[in-house]
Ligand binder design. Sequence first.
Ligand SMILES: Cc1cc2nc3c(=O)[nH]c(=O)nc-3n(C[C@H](O)[C@H](O)[C@H](O)COP(=O)(O)OP(=O)(O)OC[C@H]3O[C@@H](n4cnc5c(N)ncnc54)[C@H](O)[C@@H]3O)c2cc1C
Length: 396
Amino acid sequence: MTSALLRCDGPKMIDRRKFATASLAFAVTSPSIMRARQPKRVIVVGAGAAGLTAAYHLVNAGIGVQVLEASNRWGGRIRRLSNFAEVPLDLGAEWIHDDPTILGDIIGQGSDSLGVRTLEYRPETYQFWHNGRLRDFDLLRHAYAEVKFFDTTWYGFFERFVVEGIKDNIRLNTRVTYIDLDGNGIVVRTHRGQTYQADKVLVTVPISVLQHGQIVTSSTDVNARFEDLRDIQFGVGFKVFIKFRERFYPDILFDGPRRSVLSNGWSEKIYYDAVFEKPTDENLLGLFTAWDTAIPRSEMDHSELVQDVIRELTEMFGKVVGDSFVAARAMNWSKEPFIEGSYSMSNRGNWNIVDILQPVSNKLFFAGEALGGDAQSTVQGAAFSAINAVSLLLQT
Ligand SMILES: Cc1cc2nc3c(=O)[nH]c(=O)nc-3n(C[C@H](O)[C@H](O)[C@H](O)COP(=O)(O)OP(=O)(O)OC[C@H]3O[C@@H](n4cnc5c(N)ncnc54)[C@H](O)[C@@H]3O)c2cc1C
């Protein structure tokens, strides 16, 4: 089993110093972007946190960039739920698992000048659901703190600071299927048979896409490396938000024995007040679940998922759940095309993802959350891996 830091992307009792060190290690590489030798044209495959961050820094360095995104939207595993609550909610990444100064690091600016309001996420009331019983354990409030956005989301942050300057470089509904490394440059082919030529290509798709052979290259050696990725587990995951007329739940509720959450420092399934300290009086309960093996809920569609969650909450809290239910939204990431899961988790074969996804012939580079080092499986891990890849790509 890997460490807690690598596994959980819901709230966790993080080792904040370790995260800060990881960020610094990445951040110091970014200035080299400005000094670097420059290819004329770079293709970025995937418009999630990594692809968008890479495109932002490449455009700022004066490089011609084309981002090719398979789905009909940018953001990947950052996605906003608007028009459901008085505040926007995150259907994917939500917590800032680090000091908020990483927001400035992502775009190469000091975070003070950004004007992004964040909040200290320090829940006060805790419950555990185990063996059919709810138990309070509010002492945890002394041990647990994280950071969240106050009135925006990860999606809103990228929209305002990253995508604004690169939106014309993004081509949606364009799924890359083949990468030809044989000629002088590099050629990328899409599912419709269109080809794009560039000096270098940066691939930022989830490792699930490479694991499933959805992108192949002209090199048997590189294709064999993608096969090695199959030993890295890419978990299932989903979020559910439910609006209630009445508030009957604690700030945070862990599913499982107290002992296991305390000893691991994390939980893969939590219910939480989704608008804790946010500017609204609405009652919104969130559910975050990410698991390293398939679970029945990962097969469910929206309404099945909501019904099953309501059933479970009714077991916990009784009739008040049905009586005060208003509406719900769910996002099952395991069923999302081109992503098919939550994030990289444990490693069954002890492969090192960084070794497997080494650059190829100074032409093909990789970034994404799986390459996020100590910040693996987070947004900043994806973004910092992109900054590193861009720095490398411009120097070689
Ligand atoms: C439920 C859930 C909760 C999470 N919570 C948090 C959290 O609280 N905090 C946190 O920091 N992180 C969290 N994460 C993790 C975080 O969302 C990811 O680590 C990060 O967003 C991944 O960014 P990425 O750019 O590496 O990949 P992605 O966001 O997956 O982007 C890759 C893009 O590539 C595209 N693509 C795929 N195949 C192709 C192809 N063939 N051609 C072209 N494009 C293609 C995809 O459509 C996608 O847009 C959470 C994730 C999930 C699922």
